[in-house]
Write a protein that binds this ligand. Structure first.
Ligand code: NAP
Length: 319
């Protein structure tokens, strides 16, 4: 007997949907994968698996027999909120994309932008704009403490890569970790103890009700004078006005922001022209098309073989 149809549910542009469908169908030749719009109401009620990328939750609710859904993205906070806010928890499991290549890409971005701050690039950029020749004192990486908020798939590898490059690295997570070369902290007290030591902090936390606006005045004030922030996780984790206040008062030196509550960032947003902010258009770790296809295919093959699934999102924790 044939496997039930797998639905592809997304709000991506038509061309992108077609490209994903072609890739996934090539990697899963024994599966029948169809776009949601090409399925009848009866076919939808027979689907056990959906592959999703920014799906419309109302469309997903038409799939009454879903056992699991596979996201093509690593960050699923928006989907989790849409599926759980003021609703009974879904009966199906949500698997996000866990791709070692993505962790490599993120760790490369973390190293790149930490080096950018470490070697005083924001200062030299400003100096060039006003034809100033000032040589700043060189510090060795060992003399900089870098703190990573979130030691999951992306944070752990990033912390290790920073350590390999000579930085003094600390990290903070929900559960206490033990990572070679990284001073690990957990809990509210651990967060403040860590932050007080950091010249640079990097946010790689998921956006949940616990992490929403976690990086606020209170936390930023605990950083040493002249520290910098990198946010590669989600815009909602940073309290924007507090960040601007800390930059304007010169308590913080610079912020590198790759993620925003509203994306693309509004043309009128104050971040664009702030002298101490680098704005990036959500590019620190994009999903790699081929590699993501391999991982999704592997997850589906294992499920068909023995019913096993990778670790799914904990609906109560929100990540
Ligand atoms: P992950 O594997 O789920 O790791 C999350 C980490 O955060 C874990 O260490 C977790 O602690 C910790 N954490 C969660 N809630 C916490 C809390 N309330 N207090 C302390 N620690 C907490 O996630 P990931 O794959 O590393 O991805 C992290 C985030 O990166 C994603 O959620 C996404 O938003 C973002 N992202 C951005 C891009 C980009 O291009 N900018 C690309 C991909 C992903 P435990 O280990 O104890 O659970």
């Amino acid at each position: 007997m044939n496997n039930p149809i797998i639905s592809f549910v997304s709000q991506l542009a038509d061309q992108e949907q077609i490209a994903w469908l072609a890739l996934l169908s090539a990697k899963l030749p024994y599966e029948c994968i169809k776009l949601d719009k090409d399925l009848s109401a009866v076919e939808k009620t027979q689907c056990e698996i959906a592959i999703v990328a920014n799906p419309d939750p109302i469309i997903l609710s038409q799939y009454s027999k879903l056992i699991w859904i596979q996201s093509l993205w690593a960050g699923v906070d928006a989907l989790v909120t849409q599926l759980t806010d003021n609703k009974p928890l879904p009966s199906f499991k949500l698997i996000r994309l866990i791709d070692p290549l993505l962790a490599q890409t993120m760790s490369e971005a973390v190293l790149t932008w930490v080096l950018y701050l470490h070697r005083d690039m924001p200062k030299y950029l400003k100096q060039q704009n006003s034809s100033q020749w000032i040589q700043h004192h060189y510090l060795r990486p060992q003399e900089r403490t870098v703190g990573v908020l979130g030691l999951g798939k992306l944070g752990e590898l990033s912390a290790m890569r920073l350590n390999e490059n000579g930085f003094n690295v600390l990290g903070w997570s929900q559960s206490q970790k033990l990572i070679h070369g990284v001073g690990c902290y957990s809990g509210d007290d651990g967060l403040i103890t860590m932050v007080k030591q950091c010249n640079i902090i990097i946010c790689l936390l998921p956006l949940t009700s616990d992490t929403y606006q976690l990086i606020d005045n209170n936390l930023l004030k605990n950083l040493p004078q002249g520290a910098s922030l990198i946010n590669f996780a989600r815009g909602g984790i940073v309290a924007n006005e507090d960040l601007i206040q800390q930059l304007d008062s010169d308590h913080l030196e610079h912020a590198i922001l790759d993620v925003f509550e509203q994306e693309p960032l509004n043309k009128n947003d104050a971040f664009w022209s702030h002298k101490d902010i680098t704005v990036l258009p959500h590019i620190s770790a994009p999903t790699h098309f081929e590699s993501a296809g391999d991982i999704v295919a592997e997850n589906i093959c294992k499920y068909r073989l023995n019913g096993s699934l990778p670790v799914s999102i904990d609906w109560n924790k929100g990540y």
